[in-house]
Design a protein around this ligand. Structure first.
Ligand SMILES: *Cc1c(COP(=O)(O)O)cnc(C)c1O
Length: 411
């Protein structure tokens, strides 16, 4: 087939099976839209077709991604000396940070992970909050670290520091503590100063899953949410959520460059020669060959600027709080979480009604919101993650829920 016919066929055939994820009226899961500069730069990345793993081969891609990485560290208030790797999403960002942690913990315990593998190694005790994202468990599984110890959380899903202390004190040996910035249901953040200082006391590696929450650090008014989080060892986030670049783009940030490059690199001898050097992009991510997915991050940051990023994230949180206020005003609706960031969980009396309202919203098609279960209840989850969601979309969202609720009541 001719190329243009192939593209035309694809566009026509896929259309009925596409979901309007780039829309400002899409509130499902935690799914961002795409900023124009990010979208166009992603097309450039495809057209350039650079294999971005090696600095020598593609110096432009390495330079752009390094700029993007340095800007991110500055924007998020993380140490400038951290290594930044551009991965496919937060799952792999968590995997990357935790892999660096595994390497460091075992190296410090005198175990040669690269040479001898995991069998017979000192057991690494892994601790996660009760409401961590399941992809943390997945990353631990990829790493052969097994099922983590679950630490209790409060009513917003925040890890309870005393519970972490008790769990860590129960045993000894290498420990990995995985905290969370941004709970999928409540938007809540773990108490970092307390949990990190407890983890430190036990010599643990601390990783923070901040798939969408890390971005709160870019907003002066929201910065209290991430207070103390810069004391961790590694952080994982997504660019394809809150920043609004196209799929797939996540960011792994690791303080201990030697641990990261030892876990992910192919040339450990090079590190010994030049431990201060910038390294090759492939040493910071699981892949060798990959697209230059950091370029759309650069473009998004360049187009928004520092104030623009803060404005975007602030806008998402404001829209969430306005939607929550609108929903709380509906007779029979109950907002279940403290809305301090971008997530809203609402229930409509019993589970059957909540499920019926959710189904009705989707059938009506004015907005898209997904259901979930939280604190033993069915909930309608509203996640505000699209840069275009503002005044009008907020009103549309509340009206869509109101109308679905009325329809369910009337039936
Ligand atoms: C979305 C999300 C993940 C997984 O990110 P992917 O980009 O889907 O790999 C992990 N943790 C949290 C808190 C998330 O919201």
């Amino acid at each position: 087939m001719a190329a243009e016919d192939v593209v035309d066929l694809l566009a026509r055939t896929a259309e009925p099976g596409l979901m309007a994820m780039p829309s400002g009226r899409f509130f499902g899961w935690v799914i961002g839209g795409t900023l124009p500069a990010a979208l166009a730069s992603d097309w450039l990345v495809s057209a350039w077709d650079q294999n971005a793993g090696l600095r020598y081969a593609t110096p432009a891609m390495a330079a752009i991604e390094e700029s993007a990485g340095a800007w991110l560290l500055d924007l998020l208030g993380l140490p400038a000396a951290c290594d930044v790797g551009f991965v496919t999403g937060a799952t792999m960002a968590n995997f990357t940070g935790l892999a660096a942690g595994r390497w460091r913990l075992l190296a410090d315990a005198g175990w040669d992970l690269d040479g001898d593998g995991l069998a017979g190694a000192p057991r690494i005790r892994c601790f996660v909050g009760r409401e961590r994202h399941e992809t943390v468990d997945l990353a631990l599984r990829y790493l052969g670290l097994g099922r983590p110890t679950v630490v209790d959380a409060d009513d917003q899903g925040r890890m309870i520091p005393a519970a972490l202390e008790a769990a860590l004190a129960e045993g000894s040996g290498p420990a990995l503590v995985c905290l969370q910035a941004g709970n999928l249901h409540s938007g809540a953040f773990d108490p970092f100063p307390e949990t990190i200082s407890i983890a430190r006391k036990h010599g643990a590696w601390v990783h923070i899953d901040g798939a969408f929450g890390l971005w709160a650090a870019a907003v002066p008014e929201l910065r209290s949410l991430t207070r103390g989080y810069e004391g961790a060892d590694s952080w994982g986030t997504d660019a394809h959520k809150t920043l609004n670049v196209p799929y797939d783009c996540g960011v792994a940030i690791v303080r201990d460059a030697l641990a990261l490059r030892s876990a992910m690199g192919l040339h450990t001898s090079y590190l010994i020669q030049d431990p201060e050097g910038p390294g090759d992009p492939f040493e910071k991510v699981p892949e060798l060959s990959r697209r230059a997915r950091g370029v759309p991050v650069w473009a998004a940051l360049k187009s928004l600027g520092r104030e623009g990023v803060a404005g975007q994230v602030r806008g998402l949180a404001a829209a969430a709080s306005n939607i929550a206020a609108g929903l709380a005003g509906l007779d029979g609706a109950e907002v279940l979480n403290d809305v301090g960031y971008t997530q809203v969980c609402v229930a409509f009396g019993d589970d059957d009604t909540t499920r019926a309202v959710t189904a009705r919203i989707i059938a009506d098609g004015k907005v898209w919101m997904s259901g979930s279960r939280w604190r033993d209840r069915d909930v309608l989850r509203v996640s505000v993650s699209n840069w275009q969601t503002a005044g009008e979309e907020v009103d549309t969202a509340v009206a869509a829920v109101a109308s679905a609720l009325a329809a369910v009541r009337g039936s």
